[in-house]
Design a protein around this ligand. Structure first.
Ligand code: ISL
Ligand code: CA
Length: 553
């Protein structure tokens, strides 16, 4: 277990920006890099020491930028390379480092490599995974495609290319062809991309679906939930690639890598991010955001705080270091998910969730808008939804005759668009996000929930995030203390952070009703109130609705 005096990326909090929804500077309704630069003072005031920038590369937007057509340029809608250099410099002046989103499992089908690879004789053919039809059924049918794999967007994973008469593999959208990591030239190309951005002064990468790169077989899959996953999730070849990138490039820079690891348990995750493995520094897992879901992020079931504590404990104690997050551009808004939503306890529960995130062990990642308690969108139907994954799920459930009302009930809770509505800066026109028509609907509650109304208020959600980020930054107990679960009692969960002879106790009441932590308090004997979302200065026998208390000293 790493002790105090850790690495810069353990000391700092990270702020994730989804650029198209952050701040528009030229009135085209799409956020951009000059817009981000105009908001750096707010990010600095929050106390973030790193910005994770979701993709800003040229992209046809089949998957909102996660389909990259050129890894060494900036999409004109976001700005230019000069704007990017200015962002790096301006952030640097404020002591903020930038990490970029590295999406290398697949490119866009409009990338030059893919366009060239459609020619069977091209040296780029082998950059991707092409296979002839199996010829056991009509074109495009399951019996004709090279195997039976199902993709992450619930589509099949092979698309037929008339020009070369073969299928190509894509685990995601058909406009996101998978790169072939059995080809050493592909790995060399990735090393070039890493060096290009590291030499420009960025400080690392968030690595998209980084544990599915190497396909050890293309045989028909037998294992669920996605047939074929047994041949591409966490294959040994994938680990070898990560070690090679680390050895040949990353270790030569003062940089950090955080990998998004799909479908991993703790044991598999350790093989990706334990320090001795020399692969990734941290990984994002998903399980803690799915304790109230039946299938991945979908189909809600009852939320049990005790279950959340069990899952958090498993990961907090299982990994040497965690990437701690409650929101990102793929997840719904946490105050609507585990908190009180927009209701009476919106503020208390948004602060409770801040207390959870900033008292767990690991690097905290805060997603744009989370710091002011933005909620899930108020869309009324699929016509307002942009996200390809949500729309594919709707088509998939329709095939099973799930009624429209139920489809909307389930999917609106988990749609990735919940995180992608424009950041609510003010109660003004288009919530201060854009002078033009925003690319996605603005949540109607922007007049009540926005930066301007919270910026100067220490008692606001924003004020509490600032307090908790600063508390963590100043406390080795919160940064490096061992995580020890104390247990759960009804709606209350309790845990400690222990470093040397110091033990801080965190008590969280995930309920709109007051609760008595009872025996959970025993472990906190003698601690004074270090932080509270209700202004409490001394511990009592009862926790208020959605109350969070940190006892320490
Ligand atoms: O969360 C998910 C599975 O539980 C999926 O929504 C998500 O697609 C998956 O985690 C991979 O996400 C990453 O790669 C995708 C892109 O759509 C996501 O935005 C990105 O975070 C393909 O690049
Ligand atoms: Ca713009």
């Amino acid at each position: 277990m790493r002790q105090a005096g850790g690495k810069w990326w353990q000391e700092r909090a990270v702020y994730q920006i989804y650029p198209r929804s952050f701040q528009d500077s030229n009135g085209d309704g799409i956020g951009d890099i000059p817009g981000i630069i105009s908001r750096l003072d707010d990010i600095e005031a929050l106390g973030a020491g790193v910005i994770w920038l979701s993709p800003v590369y040229p992209s046809p937007d089949a998957d909102n930028g996660y389909d990259i057509a050129d890894y060494r340029d900036i999409d004109p809608r976001y700005g230019t390379l000069a704007d990017m250099d200015r962002l790096i410099a301006e952030a640097g002046r404020r002591g903020i480092r930038i990490i970029m989103d590295l999406v290398i499992n697949h490119t866009s089908d409009e990338h030059e490599w893919f366009r060239k690879s459609r020619d069977k004789d091209s040296p780029y053919r082998d950059y991707y995974i092409w296979r002839p039809p199996r010829g056991r059924g009509p074109r495009g049918s399951g019996r004709d495609r090279p195997n039976n794999w199902t993709g992450f967007f619930l589509e099949n994973t092979w698309t037929f290319d008339e020009k070369s008469g073969e299928y190509y593999l894509h685990l995601f959208h058909k406009k996101q062809p998978d790169l072939n990591y059995r080809n050493p030239r592909v790995i060399e190309e990735v090393k070039g991309i890493l060096r290009f951005w590291l030499d420009r002064g960025i400080a690392g990468f968030r690595c998209d679906v980084i544990n599915v790169l190497y396909k050890s077989s293309l045989a028909d899959g037998r294992q669920g939930p996605l047939p074929g996953m047994e041949f591409y999730v966490c294959q040994e070849g994938n680990h070898e690639i990560l070690r090679e990138l680390r050895r040949d490039v990353l270790d030569k820079y003062d940089c950090v890598t955080v990998g998004e690891a799909v479908m991993v348990d703790v044991e598999r995750a350790k093989l990706l991010c334990d320090e001795s493995r020399k692969e990734l520094d941290m990984i994002f897992y998903f399980e803690h955001l799915q304790v109230d879901r039946l299938v991945e992020r979908y189909i809600p079931k009852k939320f049990r705080p005790a279950r959340l504590l069990d899952v958090l404990s498993k990961w907090q104690r299982g990994l040497e270091w965690n990437a701690v997050y409650l929101e990102n551009h793929d997840q719904c808004r946490i105050v609507s998910h585990y908190g009180g939503g927009e209701g009476e306890y919106w503020e208390a529960s948004a602060k409770l969730l801040a207390a959870l995130e900033l008292t767990l062990r690991g690097t905290p990642f805060i997603y744009q808008g989370q710091e002011i308690g933005m909620t899930n969108f108020d869309f009324r139907g699929f016509g307002e939804v942009n996200d390809v994954e949500t729309l594919n799920w709707n088509r998939f459930l329709k095939r099973f005759h799930v009624p429209a009302r139920l489809r909307w009930k389930w999917l609106k809770e988990s749609s990735r668009d919940n995180a992608r509505t424009p950041v609510q800066w003010s109660a003004g026109v288009n919530t201060g996000f854009s002078a033009g028509k925003p690319w996605l609907g603005i949540n109607g509650n922007y007049t009540r929930i926005n930066y301007e109304s919270q910026r100067g208020d220490d008692n606001s959600v924003l004020g509490f995030y600032k307090k908790m980020i600063a508390l963590r930054a100043g406390s080795d107990v919160l940064k490096y203390g061992e995580f020890r679960p104390l247990g759960a009692k009804g709606s209350v969960i309790a845990y400690q952070r222990v470093l040397g002879d110091k033990a801080w106790t965190v008590l969280l009441n995930f309920s709109p009703r007051a609760a008595r932590p009872g025996p959970l308090l025993a472990g906190a004997a003698g601690g004074s109130v270090v932080a509270s979302n209700t202004g409490r200065t001394a511990m009592a026998e009862t926790l208020l609705p959605y109350e969070a208390v940190v006892l320490g000293g």
